[in-house]
Design a protein around this ligand. Structure first.
Ligand code: FEO
Length: 395
């Protein structure tokens, strides 16, 4: 493998997973990478490992540079299995290495892999580890995005090993931000933020401000997924601050499913009503588009309008699945509208509204419901509903 050098003595030794399409439900249409980094100084440190299935590839990448037995430290920034799945295997080969994690990282390692991991040494924010000319400083980042998560900062070279933060699920043969197609990169960075980190938006703002206040200069951000940010790392930090702030665009997203076309017709009439007020609107039928992509569209929209037919007195299963996902992610600062159709007894719209209110969403009422097939009068009501949603967006 050609060497990928971040700075002298600091190599990327991770792997590219071109073929993954389902990352615990997140549809990774462009694959992903599991990044790991080898720092060679008087002491040798491996920062993070990779998913279990790629253990041999990580071993090979390290051994092209040096024997695993020479590793002095394995830094575990995060225990989720895409970064620690190969750790038990690597730890056996790197038999002289001390394993370093946060306090909660140690607990999680024991819970994942058993009491072999009692020997893990713990660090907290501000602790430092001297490797020789270089120093590693640790910064705990709990719930960014697991309790155990932490960053490792390399002081002299100004490299922030940020684990999941600032990543993308984006497989590529290039390793650096300035080498890849920019549109693809930023699409994937936003999709990753929306699907993995949106729930933690307030925490992200606080943690980034805390890191900025520490006054640590950053030349390179080296995350554990996707590309390494070396051209202008402040750009992805600014993007995170923007995504986590409540500054949505004047845009509405309509998300719906349909059985015999009634909810589809309602969606089109609502779309026309929103657009008639000069507000941009994008429409997604759930069975035609992945939840992962729709969540990314919602990230910077001001309003979300959801429609469902009633099936067995409840909302349509795809709508229920999506609503479960999006209420868990808790996007902030949006207006939510609901509409739907039914045959003899309703249930879908009531169910959606209840779920949304329980999640603390700002629900616009009244809702719109149609029996069987919308007539001209019903479609007018839908159009006017769209107009009202547009007014809420512009208010
Ligand atoms: Fe990439 Fe939270 O694991």
């Amino acid at each position: 493998m050609p060497q990928v050098v971040l700075k002298e003595g600091v190599n990327w030794v991770g792997v590219v997973d071109w073929n993954i399409r389902d990352f615990h439900g997140y549809v990774t249409s462009r694959g992903t990478t599991y990044n790991a980094y080898l720092i060679r100084d008087e002491k040798i440190a491996l920062v993070d490992t990779v998913k279990c299935a790629f253990a041999d590839e990580l071993v090979q990448n390290v051994e092209e540079l040096m024997s695993l037995e020479k590793i002095d430290y394995i830094i575990v920034n995060h225990v989720e299995m895409d970064h620690s799945g190969s750790l038990p295997h690597i730890a056996k080969l790197a038999k002289n290495a001390k394993i370093i994690a946060s306090e909660r990282g140690k607990d999680a390692l024991i819970e994942h892999f058993g009491h072999d991991f009692d020997r893990v040494e713990t660090v907290k924010t501000g602790d430092e580890l001297k490797l020789g000319k270089r120093t590693l400083r640790f910064i705990e980042t709990p719930m960014l995005h697991w309790p155990d998560s932490m960053f490792t900062y390399m002081v002299e070279d100004k490299i922030l090993f940020s684990n999941d933060a600032f990543g993308e699920h984006f497989a590529s043969s290039e390793r650096f931000d300035d080498e890849v197609d920019q549109q693809r990169l930023w699409e994937e960075a936003a999709t990753y933020y929306a699907n993995i980190l949106m729930l933690f938006a307030p925490l992200i703002t606080r943690k980034i401000q805390e890191v900025v206040q520490m006054g640590i200069p950053i030349d390179i951000i080296a995350p554990d997924h996707g590309v390494i940010w070396r051209k202008d790392p402040s750009k992805i930090i600014k993007a995170y601050l923007q995504w986590s702030a409540d500054n949505a665009q004047q845009r509405a997203i309509i998300v719906f499913d349909t059985m015999w076309g009634s909810t589809d017709a309602m969606a089109r009439a609502i779309e026309a009503g929103i657009a008639s007020q000069g507000v941009e609107v994008r429409v997604f039928k759930l069975r035609n588009r992945e939840n992962t992509d729709i969540v990314a569209e919602i990230l910077d929209a001001k309003a979300v309008v959801m429609g469902s037919p009633t099936m067995n007195n409840q909302m349509f299963p795809t709508v229920g699945g999506f609503l479960t996902y999006i209420t868990g992610l808790k996007p902030k600062g949006k207006v939510w509208g609901f509409f739907g159709s039914f045959g003899w007894g309703g249930g879908a719209v009531k169910g959606m509204v209840e779920m949304a209110k329980k999640a603390g969403f700002d629900v616009y009422e009244p809702t719109v419901e149609v029996k069987y097939v919308p007539d001209e009068e019903d479609l007018k009501k839908c159009f006017n509903f769209g107009v009202q949603i547009a007014h809420k967006i512009k208010a």
